[in-house]
Ligand binder design. Sequence first.
Ligand code: ZN
Ligand code: ZN
Length: 548
Amino acid sequence: MDNDQEAKAIECLDRAYLMLLEQHVEGVHTQQLSAFNMARVEILTDKVSALVNLGRAEEALQIFNEARRVQALQSKEPFDGYMLDDIASFEDEENASKLMEVLKSWTDKERNTWFAYCFEDEVQDDSVISVQRAAKLTGQTNLLLEWLTASARDLPPQSLHLFNLRGAIAYIYYPVLGDIDRGKSLRQEILAMKTKPDPEFEETMNETKTQHQLQLANILFYEFQMTPDPLRKETIMETLRALPSAHGDNYDERESHVGMLYANMLRVIGPAKDYQKHMDELFKNCIDGLEDSVSWNDSPSLRLLAKVLASLDSLQRDAMIAISAQFSILDRAIHEDNADDIASESSEGLVNTGVAEADCDQATAGEEENPTASDETSENNQRDKLSGVDEAEYSDRKIGEVLDHLGVADRPEPTIEEPAKLDEDLRQGAIGCDGECGMETLSSWTQPLYYCMLCPNTDICEGCYFKRMKQTKGEIEEPWLSFCGANHHYIKGPMKDWKGIKNGVIRVGEEEIAFKEWLRGLKEERWQKAWEIFWTRQSWLKDIGVEE
Ligand SMILES: [Zn+2]
Ligand SMILES: [Zn+2]
């Protein structure tokens, strides 16, 4: 709904409210009074939603409090979480204290209803991030922790609700507060929880477990880097190695990024022959992913491969090719075959495996809430509730008008941007910046990205990269939620003169090589060569005091 319609809806609601008040006669019996108040609440809350959509926060809050007052005449129950979330989600960027003030003005029951809405099944990420941000910026993280802990108190130990809530608590300790110890121990506890979600949420829960696992790996690597004590380093390395998989025996390429962190530790601790053995395994996983007959895993395999190759001196150009190729279709025949399979599977009503195309960035950053189901229900609720208003002889026509204006079903579908028509073969799927800029995701190289070689799965845009560098040097303050890490290293993509892949051929400047040929050469020649260099190098010895 655009702003004009929204404003018009507000007008209609005001008229309807006025009419309703005029219709009301003093001294009606209780049942009528209750219908009258319900209708008032209904109109007021609809107006709140419209004001929220228009960004008129102050007025929305004022009307909301009015609606709360009327609601209290009727029932001891707070508004449902959906309504409370509308209010909580108008947090204004400049004024983080507002959200905390609103939450403080609520009763425990109201806050817990809202938290239940946020954590019961699928986490409402936007709302949760807003409140964490507001708490951090206003120095009230302790209060938020208190609220969350209280709301977790009576939840069944195996509930997804508790699992999600504890996840939010862990997130406040780390990364929000940078409390390494609590961030680590809470995640270890969460990963050991025996949560039993409804089957429909099983997948989401495992995804969240993977996120906790990656976060834990991040913390462990940071500790490893910082400690000068080799024995402590060894213990940390062992903890990382023993991290349980969130996906059971199913291979998840992101867990190999944890494997890459383990490789980095092994390189320091040794023995070096174990380092090579482990790197060989990672390399083999990547090659398997690139040589199989599915295309959805190509991009994650290339990203992991880039990290593996970047660790060896003679393979850095190959690392750049790997990262540059992440948006490309490597083999058109396989890609089209897969697309056909996916299309026929979905038409048979089977699970669409194409979802795996989404990489971790999309899962964390771009999770669009699917409004369809809940909106339908809420529209039905509106109709049901408003039909009660008829009893109060409330104008049918107006209701229709109001409903039309409020029609949640009219919300435009999120549009998916078509990739620019470049002379190259591009896969579906996109990568976003994990910094703080909130930029749109990329589905081709319309701007450079810096792929972190130490974070389990992080890309940042140029703007955020330069910010990160300044934060590391202490020239500017860290944001409320630090991203990436100090002293991390990056591969910048795309490489110089990258022209993409077309018909399975890599094109860099004037050079052309079939992707398959590049991969064969890497697998059969350059990988072995790189290890020969590794084992014969004497990089720790330098000429001293010898004149050039
Ligand atoms: Zn950015
Ligand atoms: Zn990083």
